[in-house]
Design a protein around this ligand. Structure first.
Ligand code: EPU
Length: 419
């Protein structure tokens, strides 16, 4: 088991290059299943989830290879249409392969992703949308058997909630379907825009991606392309929070401010100075942090649920009372008890967390229980007096490409140990 050992109270200072976006890379890798030609995805972060997606591609009969932050995929022949259960378990977001495999093969078998560390994660909207496109679904012993006896066809689909995964699955299934698909109340996250742009580069006809109405006109075939994955907005937010909590100063390269319009003002309210440039964000947190107005997590362009935990970590040291309302996932405060063990003053009730800023955090042995919550514990450790050990680093490795190296290069005292 690996842990991160941090000796805190070091101000961070310097430059970090932000990795490519995990959640975009995963959808794009699923999208490769649809392409008859070779795809080269650049700026792909080296993450356990990305490697799991590559393994799924290989098990489907494609050839994928990871090297130097690039993934090369040849999906000329997709021989299998079943995603093995072990790989489904490894990465819940492998559900996005459903639309892609159906699009390419007309059938798909995968195990039900089930709940995960953030609480129940239903896929009812994914399945009902696919049914509207001609898919027949049978669930037996937790395995979903999907087929399209008359082929996939376009449909007008209204989502009850702008689900990111459902929007991606519909776009993937619709790219090669017969006719036009319209998604109303589609998710507008930047990763959806990235997926639409990637598929269009491969010859798809998609418009409106990034707005709440996405229109996909099915085409006969997709070809390969070279494409650069967008920067990871949540990793950018994490490093902004690292600067804030340590009273430091960071220059984030390959960071896109336009994707963080709900997040940057929160750091400004905390008293940080933020300057944004083309593909660069500079943050200076030399002044003591102040509490902020109520933060409500919402679908994009609202405040992202994925940035909730790392911003909360910074707020533990912000003078005054801050309130967070988590509206997206029912179980996304599992980092709170661990932050409290480090001296934070946080109370939660249902969706609401009330954070009273404290003067000091103290090092402790804590345990990550999900990706973003784990990153929040690392941030708290950077600011805490004494030594912090963060266990279960495997969660953090799902979304952060060598977080300790990035932080060490800007002055943190952090290392990985195997126990
Ligand atoms: N939901 C349903 N039914 C569905 C689909 C979703 O009830 O059929 C509910 C979910 O239970 C949840 C809400 O809708 O309460 C939002 O879920 P959504 O489908 O939008 O999320 P997702 O596609 O499962 C992606 C990201 C998450 C991120 C959310 C919200 C990927 C691989 N995952 O998940 O990222 O939190 O969107 O922005 O893209 C992370 O990176 O740490 C992470 C969890």
């Amino acid at each position: 088991m690996q842990k991160l050992v941090i000796r805190g109270e070091k101000r961070l200072n310097g430059e970090i290059t932000v990795q490519g976006a995990k959640n975009s890379a995963l959808a794009l890798l699923a999208g490769c299943t649809l392409c008859s030609g070779e795809v080269l995805l650049k700026n792909c972060p080296a993450l356990s989830d990305v490697f799991a997606a590559c393994r799924i591609l290989n098990r489907l009969g494609c050839k994928s290879r990871y090297y130097d932050n690039c993934v090369q995929v040849n999906a000329g022949a997709v021989s299998e249409c079943a995603v093995p259960e072990d790989l489904m378990r490894e990465m819940r977001s492998s559900i996005v392969f459903l639309g892609a495999v159906l699009g390419r093969k007309g059938q798909c078998e995968l195990s039900y992703p089930g709940g995960c560390e953030l609480g129940p994660r239903p896929i009812d909207m994914h399945l009902s949308a696919l049914e509207q496109m001609g898919v027949r679904i049978n669930e037996e012993y937790g395995v979903l058997c999907c087929e399209c006896p008359y082929g996939l066809h376009g449909a007008k689909i209204s989502l009850g909630f702008p689900s990111v995964g459902a929007t991606e699955n519909i776009m993937l299934a619709a790219a090669l379907a017969k006719g036009e698909t319209v998604i109303h109340n589609a998710a507008r996250e930047p990763e959806i825009t990235d997926l639409g742009n990637f598929l269009n580069c491969c010859g798809a006809r998609i418009s409106g991606h990034g707005t709440s109405t996405v229109v996909i006109s099915g085409v006969e075939k997709l070809h390969g392309c070279e494409y650069e994955v967008m920067p990871d907005r949540i990793v950018s937010a994490t490093f902004m929070a690292a600067a804030a909590i340590t009273g430091g100063e960071l220059d984030l390269r390959n960071a896109r401010a336009c994707d963080l319009e709900a997040v940057i003002p929160v750091f400004e309210q905390m008293g940080c100075q933020v300057f944004t440039y083309d593909a660069r964000i500079y943050i200076n947190a030399k002044r003591p942090l102040k509490a902020v107005r109520t933060i409500r997590t919402l679908p994009y362009p609202g405040f992202p649920t994925d940035a909730q935990a790392v911003v909360m970590a910074a707020l533990t040291k912000a003078k005054g009372t801050s309130v967070i309302i988590e509206n997206i996932f029912s179980s996304r405060y599992r980092h709170v008890d661990e932050l409290v063990r480090m001296g934070a003053d946080i109370k939660t009730e249902g969706k609401v967390a009330v954070i009273e800023g404290v003067k000091k955090l103290y090092g402790a042995r804590v345990r990550a229980s999900d990706l973003r919550g784990g990153a929040a514990l690392v941030l708290a450790g950077l600011a805490a007096q004494g030594e912090t050990e963060v266990e279960k680093v495997c969660y953090i490795d799902r979304g952060y490409d060598n977080i300790e190296k990035c932080l060490r290069e800007v002055g943190a005292d952090i290392c990985r140990k195997t126990s």
